[in-house]
Design a protein around this ligand. Structure first.
Ligand SMILES: [Zn+2]
Length: 296
């Protein structure tokens, strides 16, 4: 009897939670900001509606970088069409996560050709979630990178190995000095490094250095999550992670275990600027600790 009551209680709180999430989703809207003629950053407002996206509208084709979570996929699809005025021809997935691929099915059904790293297609094929399976699969895959052309503007898709996942790319538009970093950049947020999907801290830092090396003081950098930034903003994110990694590495070398390192609070000075509901200082410390054990 007690067990049955518990089950009823658990079910009712689950329903309350689901209703709360649905209500929040209903309040999320999308906003497009023109960063350069025909080039728009798309971001969700009013709650977590996925990562940052971009569309580039040319005379002949429309290209898009990333899309959003499954529950908002119809809303996003409609917003993108409103921004571009024409269906999207080419869509790039910067990595496999559902907050960047959740509307793959919507776009593909409308005739969009999806470009992604080889490992994204492999992972989506093995995935029975709504973003996986035949409906959401990339059509064109690459190992190192590929370029696409929207009129005179070249989009250079470049793979960075074992960074946020094992299938990350960033996209560089040299002609308009814009970079979409995908999730190898969380701006002013502790980053998520997905070790279970092949991410490594060393690869993540290397990917950031690769992007920083081609950016200049005027480059507009779209992070996977967080506000639009620039080279100095990204450098600060990179320095935070590099220092955090070094501090935890030193503590491990000194023989401390994960709980002792968390208690020592080596990331305390960054909490005010970088802490958020998804990745806390403790979670980043435990990720680095796990990475040091797994990858060194
Ligand atoms: Zn991600």
């Amino acid at each position: 009897m007690r067990q049955a009551n518990f089950a009823v209680l658990a079910l009712s709180s689950l329903l309350a939670l689901t209703t709360a999430i649905r209500a929040q989703e209903a309040e999320i809207t999308f906003k497009s900001t023109e960063l350069s003629p025909g080039f728009f950053m798309i971001e969700a407002e009013g709650g977590f509606g996925g990562g940052n996206m971009a569309v580039l509208v040319g005379d002949e084709i429309v290209a898009m970088i990333d899309n959003g979570i499954v529950p908002l996929s119809d809303k996003l699809f409609a917003h993108a069409l409103e921004t571009t005025g024409r269906p999207v021809d080419v869509l790039v997935n910067t990595h496999v996560h559902g907050d960047h691929t959740g509307a793959n099915v919507n776009f593909r059904e409308a005739g969009t050709v999806i470009f992604a790293h080889d490992n994204i297609r492999k992972r989506l094929l093995a995935d029975d979630s709504p973003t996986g399976g035949p409906g959401g699969l990339p059509d064109v895959t690459y190992a190192e990178g590929v370029n696409f052309h929207v009129g005179d503007i070249e989009g250079r898709i470049r793979h960075v190995p074992l960074a946020h996942t094992d299938g990350d790319s960033w996209v560089h538009f040299p002609a308009i000095n814009i970079i979409h970093a995908g999730d190898v950049l969380f701006h002013s947020l502790f980053p998520y490094i997905d070790i279970d999907n092949g991410g490594t801290v060393g690869g993540y830092l290397a990917a950031q250095r690769e992007i920083l090396a081609v950016a200049d003081d005027d480059t507009q950098i779209i992070p996977g999550h967080g506000m639009l930034t620039d080279k100095a903003g990204m450098q600060a994110d990179h320095d935070m992670l590099a220092r955090s990694y070094e501090r935890v590495r030193q503590m491990v070398a000194d023989g401390m275990d994960a709980d002792e390192i968390v208690a020592a609070d080596p990331l305390a000075e960054y909490v005010a600027d970088f802490d958020w509901n998804f990745i806390s200082a403790e979670r980043l410390i435990r990720t680095i600790y796990r990475d040091l054990g797994a990858n060194n």
